[in-house]
Design a protein around this ligand. Structure first.
Ligand code: KIV
Length: 251
């Protein structure tokens, strides 16, 4: 296992928060690595913020491999977690075959969406020596089935089921858990109840770490910004004004 992945669990033990950002290309990976990011996620969110798809359900394994290779060239230190795109981990055998291609491309670990339902896939990946993180709560690959993005854990039944998922995932050997749009108190109970780190996005402040889509953090996708994001830069405006300045100079 990459030492940076093992470190995440030490950080949880020490109560030190884990910072995770997405990267899809060489310069972003290199800049985030140089800034000291703990983990780089080649998220299938690249489908939306880089490739212009309406959601993540059109992303292919070949696209993930292409971007994982670029990120691997850019990161000297931070471990790389690559998303398994939709329909590439329907069976344990398919999960291992797909994950191996992402590992060959330079990922140190993979992430799949699913909880107790995906224990066989998680066990197979762990048995093949591939570190895996599971993603529960809002699972973007289910957005078309569910008809939108909504907060999970609002009813006692949903909260119970998320807790059960978290325990099942931990027991299956996942090295971490991503909680997306999970009600903050439920995310807090999950975080306190399992030994592996939780990384939240729109899941409150009590997770062991936080992840954001870098384009949201730096204001590089101005056409949509999730409510829970406070941008730390306005790259879209910088690009627009640099382009306007170039056009002015050319004219
Ligand atoms: O694809 C992605 O970027 C994700 C986010 C929820 C962080 O999984």
């Amino acid at each position: 296992m990459h030492p940076g992945l093992a470190r995440l669990s030490d950080m949880k033990q020490r109560g030190e928060k884990i910072a995770v950002l997405t990267a899809y290309d060489y310069p972003t990976a290199r800049l985030l690595d140089e800034a000291g990011i703990d983990l780089l996620l080649v998220g299938d969110s690249l489908g939306m913020v880089v490739l212009g798809y309406p959601d993540t359900t059109l992303v292919t394994l070949d696209e993930m491999i292409h971007h994982t290779r670029a990120v691997a060239r850019g990161s000297q230190r931070a471990p790389i977690l690559a998303d398994m795109p939709i329909a590439t981990y329907d069976t344990p055998e398919q999960a291992v075959a797909s994950a191996q291609r992402l590992i060959e491309a330079g990922a140190h670990a993979v992430k799949l969406e699913g909880g107790a339902s995906h224990v066989p896939q998680i066990r197979a990946l762990v048995a093949a020596g591939i570190p895996v993180m599971a993603h529960i709560g809002m699972q973007p690959q289910r957005v078309r089935i569910e008809g939108g993005y909504r907060v999970k854990g609002k009813t006692p039944a949903e909260a119970e089921s998320l807790l059960a998922d978290a325990h099942a995932i931990e027991q299956a050997g996942s090295f971490g858990l991503l909680l997306e749009l999970v009600k903050a108190d439920v995310a807090q109970s999950i975080t306190a109840g399992i030994s592996v780190p939780t990384i939240g996005i729109g899941a409150g402040i009590h997770c062991d770490g936080q992840v954001l889509v870098t384009h949201d953090l730096i204001g590089f996708f101005p056409w949509f910004r999730p409510k829970f994001v406070t941008p730390a830069a306005d790259v879209a405006e910088a690009v627009r004004s640099a382009a306007a300045e170039f056009i002015r100079r050319v004219r």
